[in-house]
Ligand binder design. Structure first.
Ligand code: ADP
Ligand code: ZN
Length: 597
């Protein structure tokens, strides 16, 4: 997606440069032609009436013409220099000369055959500016994204080679899709039975969970073309363009049906319609066109529209009506087994050390998407290559996991002793506080080596898949998150910007506890989605909003106070862990347990 965008940008740049060059050439040629014309219009020119007069008076010695040309070269009797005259009617002129010659007034008349090459190049040269301007115009149209057959080219059509076997896990989802595959293969069978197959299927799920992959697999299994386009590509500045693109997309689909049409990020066009102006109206037109197209399928057309979104709740309800996207499939994050299977698929073409079990990696990567898992194995292969290992080792994989989660190790960054001390106490703070909390104590690694934007990190083991998180766990998570800031306060009696991400995450959790999970005692079980509807809070009243703010603040303040308490009671451990961190930079789980025994 991003790649396609940057390619488009490059194309745009190329067109702009080409257009400017062409414009310059066109201007240059025009200038040359003008200069040449003014140059020739000097006193060498003889007007036609003057020429007739000179002929009548017998002053003309020689006339030379070229076939197909209207200019004649004239040699007068007493003037050395030849003159040129524009002849309005060559036929009449030739007759006149013959007449004069018959009268005894001899004029030497020659008519040269036409020089084809000169003629063609001459006309070409004078036409060149026009041609260039036409090309320029076409380029401009292209630049605006107009014409170009509504950019159907953007809708990539491919024969997908991906099969269901390439999609790991997602067994139920695949099962649901099998009927669509059968329908695409043998639509007649279904029609004859009077069965109705869903025309639109909405795939909901986070980016990277495999929505595009499964859509391609359906096309691959049914052996039909796969046309894809992203919702954001329909959004254009020009009114009506989005709508026309939708129309062209479906025109194309109808031509090559049976086929799969895949619309990624459908929320970009399918968000709830509003009565706004500008971009929104344009958006509405595009959405309306999509609805028209989906309603307008003939029974013979075998087109299945699959659309992907991460925010189904944002979609216009009209899209979800029967005959449109009336089937929704939610693609969740892969569970332990799913992750193992995804890893196995992406491990196929890579060399691993024999002691590596995909199950272990799956255990360490709870919450990862399929795309992230694929990315980890690829990164591991890159790391192993750079380190010149024979095969991918456990360490390579661990490095890859860290690279994908916390960011790249910044070995080049020079850290002052003061910063190092601050980071050491901050991370030791997280670790010590966590070790006292029942739900947070599974620490995997503590490090003060900078990675990505983080100055250091405390990593937790995640080998359990949980569908529910309890209130206690969330409260303890807040305390652990604020443990870093608390250590700075307790030990250094000053606080730093290093805790900003911790605080951001903690605030988000506290907010969700109050307005999403109904975990606040004062407000009770209540759900407020400010993202979906910014006016919902206004509806509930100012007092309600104030109460939410107060609850979030109490939760965070309590967690912060508790973290400081824990540290004050464990100062010896805190100092010990921090000093070992300053010395060794990384502490493993076992070393940490040893230190705090
Ligand atoms: P989405 O469309 O949901 O954003 P994609 O389908 O583009 O996600 O997934 C990106 C990549 O992640 C895929 O090309 C594939 O390599 C990997 N991937 C995601 N889910 C799976 C899965 N279930 N099985 C195998 N690979 C997967
Ligand atoms: Zn921190």
């Amino acid at each position: 997606m991003d790649e396609r965008k940057s390619q488009k940008d490059k194309k745009k740049q190329f067109y702009i440069i080409l257009a400017s060059v062409l414009l310059l050439i066109a201007i240059a040629i025009l200038v040359v032609i003008l200069v040449m014309q003014t140059n020739t219009k000097k006193d060498t020119e003889l007007s036609y009436t003057d020429l007739i007069k000179q002929i009548e008076e017998g002053n003309v010695e020689k006339v030379e013409m070229t076939a197909g040309s209207t200019t004649a070269k004239i040699k007068l009797k007493d003037i050395e220099e030849e003159k040129t005259t524009l002849i309005p009617s060559t036929q009449a002129f030739i007759e006149l000369i013959q007449e004069k010659s018959l009268e005894g007034n001899h004029i030497d008349f020659t008519q040269k055959p036409q020089n084809v090459f000169v003629k063609i190049s001459g006309t070409l040269f004078s036409l060149l500016p026009t041609i260039l301007l036409v090309i320029l115009f076409i380029l401009l149209i292209k630049l605006q994204g107009l014409g170009d057959k509504g950019k159907v080219y953007d809708a990539e059509t491919t024969k997908s080679k991906i099969k269901f076997d390439d999609v790991a896990g997602l067994e139920e989802e695949k099962q649901e899709m099998i009927e669509i595959v059968d329908f695409l293969k043998e639509p007649k069978k279904f029609y004859e039975m009077g069965a109705k197959i869903p025309r639109g299927v909405l795939l909901c799920g986070q980016p990277g969970t495999g929505k595009t992959l499964i859509a391609k697999a359906i096309a691959g299994e049914a052996n039909v073309p796969f046309i894809s386009m992203s919702g954001s590509e329909f959004i254009e500045m020009f009114a009506g363009l989005g709508a026309s693109r939708v129309r062209k997309l479906f025109e194309k689909a109808k031509k090559i049906s049976p086929c799969i049409v895949f619309i990624d990020e459908i929320d970009a066009i399918g968000s709830r319609r509003t009565s706004g102006s500008g971009a929104e109206t344009e958006n509405n037109q595009t959405l309306n066109q999509l609805l028209v197209e989906m309603d307008g399928f003939d029974t013979e057309e075998t087109i299945i529209v699959l659309a992907a979104t991460n925010r189904p709740e944002m979609l216009d309800k009209a899209l979800l009506r029967p005959g449109r996207f009336d089937r929704q499939i939610t693609i969740a994050l892969p569970d332990l087994r799913g992750r193992e299977e995804i890893l196995k698929i992406h491990a196929k073409d890579k060399k691993f050390a024999p002691n590596i079990d995909m199950k272990d990696i799956a255990g360490d990567t709870a919450g990862f998407t399929g795309a992230e898992l694929a990315n980890i194995l690829n990164e591991a292969a890159i790391i192993a290559t750079i380190k010149e290992h024979e095969e991918i080792t456990k360490n390579d994989i661990e490095d890859a996991v860290k690279k994908v989660t916390v960011g790249l190790e910044k070995q080049s960054r020079v850290i002052s002793e003061k910063d190092k001390r601050l980071t050491a106490f901050h991370e030791a703070g997280h670790a010590i506080v966590s070790s006292t909390l029942q739900t947070q104590k599974d620490i995997k690694e503590v490090s003060i080596i900078p990675r990505g934007v983080a100055g250091g990190y405390t990593m937790y083991k995640t080998n359990e898949d949980k569908y529910y998180i309890s209130k206690t766990e969330m409260q303890e998570k807040l305390i652990a998150l604020l443990g870093g800031r608390a250590a700075e306060k307790v030990v250094l009696n000053d606080i730093s910007t290093g805790a900003s991400n911790d605080i951001e995450v903690a605030t988000q959790i506290a907010k969700n506890m109050v307005i999403k999970y109904g975990m606040s005692d004062t407000l009770g079980p209540v759900f407020i989605d400010t993202e979906k509807d910014p006016y919902e809070l206004q509806l509930l009243g100012e007092k309600f909003g104030d109460a939410i703010g107060a609850e979030v603040k109490i939760m965070l303040d309590n967690a912060y106070a508790q973290a400081q308490n824990i540290l004050r009671n464990n100062m010896d451990k805190l100092n010990k862990v921090a000093s070992v961190l300053m010395e060794k930079e990384v502490i493993s789980a076992e070393e940490f347990q040893e230190l705090i025994k």
